[in-house]
Write a protein that binds this ligand. Structure first.
Ligand SMILES: Nc1ncnc2c1ncn2[C@@H]1O[C@H](COP(=O)(O)OP(=O)(O)O)[C@@H](O)[C@H]1O
Ligand SMILES: N[C@@H](CCC(=O)OP(=O)(O)O)C(=O)O
Length: 393
């Protein structure tokens, strides 16, 4: 059972926290560059040590613990004594590769003092796009846990060219995707503030929000980021990652990474950071992958009748309701479904490739065989392979 199935959000805050911790079997902790860097720009080995001790205590309870750690670029800049982060992608990639060695060594040294090995896992989003890659990453992370080690994940910066065009990728989001590989997971995003504030964190009147039940536009608008050279995602990125994790059924906590006992306190169910509670209805397994991890290969523009059929009546998608097909895709690829107004309402696995779909769009099932010479499927997307609305990028 996913944690969210049993969380009654009418309970008091303390009871909800307790219930979430009791139900958590897998913990994904993400720590940002700001938390891991000392004032003089070096990798903060003391902070790694403090976090490692707490990760080990959580792992001692039998839970599957995964650390997603930024800081490779920062560590590389410090090691090479560069005056600032380089600008060009190739140089950034090289600096990340050089700094990653220090980062993983710091985790290995610290975790080993508490009886755990660190396992370096470098991922790009494309590793999760194919269903087979998604399952392999999950199996590898399970294997690391079964060997009694703790995975330390970072984006594979030196090869993640697509994500790197303008900036480094976003580890908050990567962490939400990693949590999405498992059931009963809790995502913890550690940063340099105490959680989400209801105004700018530097304003005296701003208050920490303890719990968010519905991560809607009003909550999103609380992010007041002025992005720095050090971190790229900002609070908005953390909120998007929280919403993604929530859509998988995973509670998320944005908490203070520089508080020495932050993880111990979270696992003692204390009111630390901001807790985001998932909705009761969430996605599982393959449908979760379709909605958020898979690469979208094409777009189907639907007419109003098709929108009504799939959204309101729970039907499969038929060719007759497709007005236009964009993109080049194969049978089994994930496509995005748009309303006549251009709004994305669903994603699904197409039974037909794009060249076939362009020919049979707007046509009834009776005509398909005459056009294609065969009709392998009754529908273009079966309702079991269709995810309506609960889409997070
Ligand atoms: N409403 C808000 N509440 C708290 N922090 C906010 C808010 N809006 C923007 N921020 C900023 O978000 C920053 C944390 O995000 P980020 O810079 O990405 O950190 P990290 O390196 O830890 O990933 C904080 O330092 C803070 O200045
Ligand atoms: N992968 C990069 C960090 C990317 C990232 O998301 O950074 P941050 O916003 O500090 O969590 C690195 O290790 O430097």
């Amino acid at each position: 059972m996913a944690a969210s199935d049993a969380i009654d959000s009418s309970d008091g805050l303390a009871a909800i926290r307790k219930q979430i911790i009791e139900q958590t079997r897998c913990v994904v902790v993400k720590v940002g560059t700001r938390v891991l860097t000392t004032d003089d720009g070096k990798l903060d080995l003391n902070r790694v040590d403090i976090l490692a001790a707490q990760l080990a205590r959580i792992a001692d309870t039998g839970r599957h613990v995964i650390m997603v750690s930024s800081g490779a670029v920062g560590a590389g800049v410090a090691k090479l004594k560069l005056p600032a982060r380089p600008i060009g992608i190739a140089k950034l990639q090289a600096v990340a590769a050089i700094g990653q060695a220090d980062l993983i060594r710091a985790y290995e040294d610290s975790l080993l003092r508490h009886g755990y090995h660190a396992a370096q896992v470098l991922l790009t989003k494309s590793d999760l796009r194919r269903r087979s890659g998604y399952l392999h990453v999950r199996n590898a992370l399970m294997g690391v846990h079964e060997y009694g080690a703790i995975a330390v994940v970072n984006e594979n910066d030196s090869v993640a060219v697509a994500e790197l065009k303008t900036t480094f990728g976003d580890n908050d989001r990567l962490a939400a995707h990693v949590a999405g590989l498992f059931n009963d997971a809790l995502l913890i995003l550690l940063t340099d503030v105490h959680g989400l504030y209801d105004g700018h964190p530097d304003d005296d009147g701003s208050q920490r929000i303890e719990m968010v039940r519905d991560l809607d536009g009003t909550v999103m608008s609380m992010a007041k980021d002025t992005l720095s050279a050090v971190s790229k995602g900002g609070m908005e990125g953390k909120l998007r990652a929280s919403r993604l994790a929530n859509s998988h059924g995973h509670p998320t906590i944005i908490g203070p990474g520089r508080q020495d006992d932050v993880l111990d306190r979270i696992f003692a169910s204390e009111s630390v950071g901001t807790l985001f509670i998932p909705p009761k209805r969430t996605l599982k397994g393959r449908r979760r992958w379709i909605a958020s991890a898979a690469n979208v290969q094409g777009v189907l523009h639907l007419d109003a009748g098709a929108v009504e059929a799939i959204r309101d009546k729970g039907r499969s998608l038929l060719a007759v309701g497709i007005v236009r097909v964009d993109g080049t895709f194969s049978h089994g690829d994930v496509v995005s479904l748009l309303t006549p107004e251009g709004e994305e309402i669903a994603r699904g696995l197409s039974n037909y490739r794009s060249s076939e779909l362009s020919l049979i769009a707007r046509r009834s099932n009776l005509e398909i065989e005459a056009i294609l010479g065969h009709r392998p499927y009754e529908n273009v997307i079966h309702r079991n392979n269709l995810v309506i609305r609960m889409i997070e990028n």
